[in-house]
Design a protein around this ligand. Structure first.
Ligand SMILES: [Mn+2]
Length: 315
């Protein structure tokens, strides 16, 4: 199915733009490294952003356009013990939200590279605070990330960020950086889900969040599904974001992730879909989470992070 991109057409319809994604190459974009790991049982995703720097990925991303600029690392508070994960994550996400909010308020884009997926609470609370109106979010993930402390078997916060953003979870996370909820259910879509607990599915079902399970993605094609997700997330919102948990992608293409799940989306298919979203004028940011450099094989996953973000700017 051909993509329809009404935003890429001039008002008179004679001079379509966006073929080379020129518009988004010049959109000022800030890259933020979200070095958090205590949201997961295996904490090594904390080395994700440093791993991307060491592999030269951040330099290459900046080389895509003068408009794309590294901003900073956000790191955990050394004064808080790692054993106190909840306190660590609250402080970390407050810092991250405080960095993201002004960037979004200035109509710039954020590219957040993680870090375990608990960073999404900080990124999207910040985006919600910086945006003048409701936020939409496409959540690409093998999991639902919609546990609350009452339902989570592991208590790991990287299994809870979507629930928190929807208003379910500890007040310290739910109300972080602004009033709850940060997201309304009708403005959220999950894509690529293939492993979840019934309690999470029940919460999302009751709220009416659209979930595109992996079977539907494979049956209808990723580009069709992403187009539908995009339509839903931008229709009633002032802006929308995209959060990609690298475990949504098949471990063949993304071995270096926190919690690999077989039978996922192919990296090249996701990159192709992102080309079609990158030039949307209402896109406020992209987050790529759960990169674990220790588990990467031949820099495959690091290269994929580069490919996905480069696709956003038509490169
Ligand atoms: Mn996730």
């Amino acid at each position: 199915m051909a993509w329809q991109r009404p935003w890429a057409k001039a008002p008179d319809g004679e001079h379509p733009i966006g073929e080379a994604n020129d518009a988004c190459v010049t959109t000022p974009t800030r890259i933020i490294g979200a070095a958090i790991g205590v949201g997961a049982q295996d904490t090594r995703c904390q080395y994700g952003p440093d791993g991307l720097c060491e592999a030269g990925i951040i330099d290459r991303l900046q080389g895509l356009s003068p408009a794309i600029v590294w901003d900073r690392f956000v790191r955990p508070d050394m004064a808080i013990a790692d054993s106190d994960a909840p306190a660590q994550i609250v402080t970390f996400c407050e810092r991250l939200a405080a960095v993201v909010a002004p960037i979004v308020a200035q109509d710039k884009r954020v590219w957040v590279v993680g870090g375990d997926h608990s960073c999404a609470i900080g990124t999207w609370s910040g985006a919600s605070a910086g945006l003048n109106g409701p936020l939409g979010l496409i959540w690409v993930d093998a999991h639902m990330d919609s546990h609350t402390p009452a339902t989570s078997p592991s208590s790991a916060v990287h299994g809870m960020p979507l629930a928190c953003l929807l208003g379910y979870g500890p007040a310290s996370l739910v109300e972080l950086g602004g009033p709850s909820p940060k997201l309304r259910p009708e403005n959220v879509c999950l894509v690529g889900v293939r492993n979840f607990e019934p309690e999470e599915a029940r919460l999302l079902d009751e709220l009416g969040v659209r979930v595109f399970h992996i079977d539907e993605v494979k049956r209808r094609g990723l580009s069709v599904v992403m187009h539908e997700a995009l339509d839903r997330c931008q229709r009633q919102t002032a802006g929308f974001g995209l959060t990609i948990d690298l475990d949504a992608i098949d471990p063949v293409d993304a071995p270096g992730v926190g919690s690999p799940e077989s039978g996922g989306i192919y990296g090249k298919d996701l990159a192709k879909s992102l080309e079609q979203i990158g030039d949307h004028p209402n896109l406020v940011g992209v987050e790529i989470a759960e990169f674990n450099p220790d588990k990467d094989i031949d820099s495959k996953t690091a290269e994929l992070v580069y490919r996905l973000l480069a696709s956003m700017v038509g490169k």
